[in-house]
Design a protein around this ligand. Sequence first.
Ligand code: SF4
Length: 756
Amino acid sequence: MAFDIDMIKKVYSEVAERVDAAREITGKPLTLAEKILYSHLWDGKAEKAFTRGKDYVDFAPDRVACQDATAQMALLQFMHAGKPKVAVPTTVHCDHLIQAKVGAEADLKRANENSNEVFDFLESVSNKYGIGFWKPGAGIIHQVVLENYAFPGGMMIGTDSHTVNAGGLGMVAIGVGGADAVDVMAGMPWELKFPKLIGVKLTGKLSGWTAPKDVILKVADILTVKGGTGAIIEYFGEGATSMSCTGKGTICNMGAEVGATTSTFGYDESMDRYLRATDRADVADAANKVKEYLTADPEVYANPEQYFDQVIEINLSELEPHLNGPFTPDLATPISKMSEVAKENDWPLNVEVGLIGSCTNSSYEDISRAASLAQQVSDKKLKTKSKFTITPGSEQVRYTIERDGYIDTFDKIGATVFANACGPCIGMWDRYGDNAADGPRNTIVHSFNRNFAKRADGNPNTLAFVGSPELVTAIAISGRLDFNPLTDTLINEEGEEVRLDEPRGYELPPEGFAVEDAGYIAPLEDGTGVEIKVSSDSERLQLLEPFDPWDGKNITGAKLLLKAYGKCTTDHISMAGPWLRFRGHLDNISNNCFIGAVNAFNKQTNFVKNQLNGEYGGVPDVQRVYKAEGIPTVVVGDHNYGEGSSREHAAMEPRHLGVRAVIVKSFARIHETNLKKQGMLGLTFDNENDYDLIQEDDTFNFIDLNEFAPDKPLHIEVVHADGSKDTIKVNHTYNAQQIEWFKAGSALNLIKRQNA
Ligand code: SF4
């Protein structure tokens, strides 16, 4: 589907020279992750060895992928870059905005009616700027990327945290915010802290009821939801090579659940087979010519403790099927212990719904193995006790499993097939109508990746457990959370005791993949004539206005808008949930600006003083008054301000509403960069205790902003209500280029100027 073989061949033509240079400069054998990182340096060949977990490095990713919810703001920004086309191959995938309710056909029709404006916008921007467009129903971003674009040894970024799925095909694939994607699409470098490396050695071999999913459920048990933070997880060993490529994808996908930057596997025959089955024999041929560069040096896997920061070993021959949950993906229970653990915790044993599929687990292998269990329902005269749903990851998978009779098999157990989209995996599952918030306490099992409260159906009382598609299917047939298919029997309709046979399936379709309309729309060769239409009265989309450049003067008379107390994450700054629908409309989504942050003066949220009239109001309302009066404002915060997601809305909204500076004890790095990109001042107190000096009625006068320079602190006069004054020193991390962003009003303004 228009994958770029020339780009891939170029990467492979350079890989030997770059990896050899990196090996020489680091003076040691290299892991796969290091090979990929060092062969994607923005400056070409490595000239120094980077320190893991410390050095920030500029990279040149090969691809970008965006999903529909995040693509809106990314593309709105890209339209300002002044580029006729994207600089690297890019795709947009319509998958998040499709709600699951009745079944694929009706749900897709409804989504096309409700969100047609957004889909049309994404399609026309894609067409204009040379971006491949996957229409609603084509599939879920990560499955489509694995089937069409991922390639061993490549590096990609995507505006979705499960972009990491492409590690199954030997990539370094990383989830980012829209602003980062825009940089790469506009031909700029992408910065990342050189990650630490965790090695996972897989010995033995999967068999019987155990699936690749159980490997990552076990890893989550060991590492917990934070254990992979700042690290790339690299899997190796006989257990890795004996596993299917799509199974590897499942494992990498859920690396996001342990906080890993990404996960990857070395190139092997399973990847060769998958590339050929998905019509990419030329990629496999090209990869085979450089295969020693697409996996770690042999010394690394022979002595992993020497080369990784942490090593974990899992024996697949002894690994049991697991169910992880509820409410967190790292609470792992082996199925043999579930009966006991569920009783201890009073988890409802009756399973209401089993859901398989999603980007995590809808390969042909997954579906065929699950179908082998569904088939046993009629063969053994059983009756399925729970409701059952399937969310295929792509139209190619859906079409192929229908052709091969599996949809029919699932139909016979009363299954509902949802659209090839995210649906119940992201709360887009209309299970309770408007009553989700008060839904009953109940248990579901699914093969997705996340199981936080409300994630699937909006009901905080739903206990969701994550398992392999095979285990989910067996549990749905039995209707019980504590059913262990390895040891337990079921009573069939004739009163006989029967046992489910082990699941069986095919790694790849014996007849090959097939599809009639994959749902891909190629962009025009020359899109200059394409007009982007956004209605001026749209509530969901709004064309961006460039932010004003700095006037070169010190900011004076700035009022304190908010002194945030305690944690102020990107969720506090720009809430998600119902606000998701405004992700493409900066002014409308700005009505959630800081509404979750706690005001240090009254410990309330969304209740701050308007210094002009002394009255209290919501943060966006008060800020809009200052904006209307042309009065700049300042926000003050505590440590790790802006932690959480990389969404650029958390920087764009304050900027749009007229906040000029954010002064905090410390920043979460990605948010700090986002502030810089949007032309804001992100500053830190030189003396942390100065946070305590800031009063509710303070006014801020910058003293030396007109001398803004790298490594030079700034000074601000803080005028209190009683007329007394304090002068505080603030630090910053702006380099010369970033100061140019500030002067231009935003990084995009600067890019545009440079392209003019
Ligand atoms: Fe994200 Fe779930 Fe969609 Fe995958 S299926 S992209 S995890 S929402």
